[in-house]
Ligand binder design. Sequence first.
Ligand code: BTN
Length: 253
Amino acid sequence: MDNVLYLNSTGSTNNDAYNLAVKGAVHGFGVLSDTQSAGKGRLGKNWVSPAGTGLYCSIVIRPNLSFTEFPKLTLTAGLALCTAVQSFLPDINFGLKWPNDLYCLRHKCGGILVESSTPNCPDEESFVVVGIGINVNTQLDEFPLELQQKVTSLHILSGEIYNIKDLYQKIRASLLEHVYIHENRGFEKILHEWRKRDVLFEKEMQWVTHDKEVITARGMGPDENGHLLAIDSDGKIHEILSGDVQQATNGEQ
Ligand code: BTN
């Protein structure tokens, strides 16, 4: 494989890719590991990374974009992931839960952690690390009991066993293609495609504010800044910049 560091095990591929990017790793350089002992999820969570069943990779991106565009790349990366997995499993419908979780049938099968170089980094040295975790060949009983109602894997969805390196190559190619589209045709083009895959669009959803208030509102999709919009029963529009949103439970699963 070109431009990839393949590891049997590591702490976190995001940390590895970040350190290599600081030392000059090129656009598209990736780190792929069989397992991680300290996999990182969004919002400070852990990403449990058992050997042999999941895809754990991090890809260095050096976008030809201003630093203010970088936060939008999180949606670009989600669309790239969803498009790649969709073409790998064409008979199954995948969606995106803001900002960039990969979903199928209301179950999470993958997630992305994007980390950027520091804002004071000179433009020509700036980079983004796109870390991707996917449940690929995992069986349901291999997930912790408390997660089994919420997650799925490509294997559970299709019954097939997948080659993780092939899937990695597909995702890398899709990521580079979508970053190119973002750079050359603008974020609007990404947003247009993203909205078609939005699993929360027009769904009742809930989130907890910084003041610990639980808000319920109907999803309106991300805006041109990549922030999520939602309208509550009083007609007030909320703009969600970060954090975690959940589809409100209504008995169906
Ligand atoms: C999420 O919380 O949904 C994001 C999970 C991202 C996990 C991946 S696994 C490969 C890469 N290395 C990490 O430490 N995290 C990301």
